[in-house]
Design a protein around this ligand. Structure first.
Ligand code: FMN
Length: 456
């Protein structure tokens, strides 16, 4: 059996993810494997058509493809995303059609599901035979139980190829015909007051729908909007994943990106993400912007801000993109005022943009940050535990931040509750009291809240 491994790690052979693939190779030595590092040479793959075609020929000649990649900012690294875009742009989908596909994503389990599901959807879009995904924590390979799981996963892949198994498509194809958005006049332009409003975008064409949405939004804000073009922020390459920034928050890339990020993005009060959907996410340029912000570590680097999202494309058909934006904003401890897409007619898009502009300013004036959902609450706990534990000595700046900003809010520190629990646990050992507590749980649970409603 011929297996092509498309390695998405910017670290190439030094990849954690690749150790999982290497383990499969070791345990199933009868197959022929070819590993192709996609991310470090992505610029060459893009500029040298011959190199791209060679990779595609290898895929065409294989029985199965393993998509192996780390999770970067809830998805895959920007370089890997660019490769996926090239496959579609250069109409190379045919090489993938009918091939068996497996996904291996390693991470610290922060939105690994969105990354895994994205690749699954891409496999579906490429009409591949998707077998499944293996999404371990980056160090799971250290335990025998997890190695056994990996072997079972590998066996399932090879068995599917051998038996010609077929799985149903999970993600329906995106069916979308873009309408031209023609912005209308703004009836009542709003004054942003002292707020710095910044639109971050990869848009290079002011006549595209997203270009027009940005222009319309800017007029809604009386033109007092700063446009930050990602491609002009000085990034010479995507994140290399080295994690050397963890010690001092200093990126190894010798370019101006971090400086531009600090001076332009962090200083804004209201931030708009604006982009066009490419496959099932924003563009790889957008992804590069997010990946490169990693020099800030696992802390809220854009706190207490208002966010909005302008999207050109079928946002309604990619709910995962919405969820990822929500998660990113919640992790910043900021507020997401809303999304506007160009799926509606032009007049409605105008109304939605005006509504978003008003909401952003109203929320900014009130200092409103909506309560976090599972996305932010769960994500924060994953980071907290990781920085407290195994990430600490590499991500020293994170540790410093968590220590000084109450980040280590482990519930164990709630001494009042621990005492209460201790007493109540003892009391519930007495059958009569246990019975009484059982009876009173519903009313006692709501009582403190009722008191607030009554007295405040
Ligand atoms: C820029 C960057 C972004 C990351 N984003 C995530 C993330 O969103 N979720 C997560 O669980 N881990 C994230 N990680 C951790 C990596 O996914 C993890 O360390 C992975 O195992 C690295 O694999 P590799 O060595 O194959 O590149 C990120 C790491 C980097 C460098």
């Amino acid at each position: 059996m011929k297996i092509t491994v498309l390695n998405g790690s910017p670290k190439g052979d030094l990849s954690v993810t690749m150790q999982y693939v290497n383990y499969i190779m070791k345990k199933f030595p009868s197959h022929r494997y070819e590993t192709i590092n996609i991310s470090p040479p992505i610029m060459k793959i893009e500029s040298d058509r011959k190199r791209f075609d060679e990779i595609i020929s290898k895929v065409r000649a294989s029985d199965a493809v393993i998509w192996a990649t780390p999770v970067y900012y809830l998805l895959v690294p920007s370089q890997y995303k660019r490769f996926i875009e090239l496959v579609f742009e250069r109409k190379a989908q045919g090489a993938f059609k009918g091939k068996y596909a497996a996904v291996i994503v390693t991470s610290i389990h922060f939105f690994d599901h969105t990354s895994r599901n994205y690749l699954h959807a891409i496999c579906d879009d490429l009409n591949m035979n998707y077998v499944g995904a293996f999404n371990p924590d980056m160090f799971d390979l250290m335990s025998g139980r997890n190695r056994k799981k990996l072997e079972t996963f590998g066996a399932a892949l090879f068995s599917a190829v051998e038996t010609g198994a077929r799985a149903p498509r999970t993600y329906p194809p995106i069916v979308y015909k873009s309408k031209q958005y023609k912005p209308g006049p703004v009836k009542k332009p709003l004054d942003p007051g002292g707020n710095i409003v910044a639109v971050i975008t990869d848009c290079s064409d002011p006549n595209s729908n997203i270009g027009r949405m940005i222009e319309r939004f800017s007029r809604a804000m009386s033109g007092m909007v700063k446009i930050i073009n990602i491609t002009g922020m000085g990034a010479k390459a995507g994140c290399s994943g080295c994690c050397r920034c963890g010690l001092d928050n200093i990126c190894i890339h010798n370019d101006n990106f971090a400086e531009a990020y600090d001076s332009q993005v962090k200083t804004a009060d209201i931030i708009i993400f604006a982009g066009t959907i490419k496959d099932r996410y924003f563009s790889s340029d957008w992804k590069l912007f997010l990946d490169r912000s990693f020099y800030n570590g696992h802390v809220p680097m854009l706190p207490d801000k208002q966010f909005g999202v302008l999207v050109s494309g079928p946002l309604g058909q990619v709910p995962a993109l919405r969820e990822m934006c929500e998660a990113m904003v919640e992790m910043q401890r900021s507020n997401l005022a809303g999304f506007v897409s160009d799926e509606a007619d032009s007049a409605s898009v105008d109304t939605h943009i005006d509504g978003l502009a008003k909401k952003l300013l109203d929320f900014a004036a009130a200092g409103y940050i909506q309560p976090q959902s599972f996305l932010g609450v769960g994500g924060k706990k994953i980071f907290r535990d990781a920085v407290w534990g195994r990430l600490r000595f590499v991500f020293q700046k994170d540790h410093e931040y968590y220590r000084t900003h109450g980040g280590y809010d482990f519930p164990q520190k709630d001494y009042k509750m621990r005492r209460l629990n201790f007493v109540m646990m003892l009391l519930t050992k007495i059958p009569r009291i246990r019975k009484e507590i059982r009876k009173r749980i519903p009313q006692e649970m709501v009582k403190p809240l009722q008191n607030i409603v009554k007295n405040k």
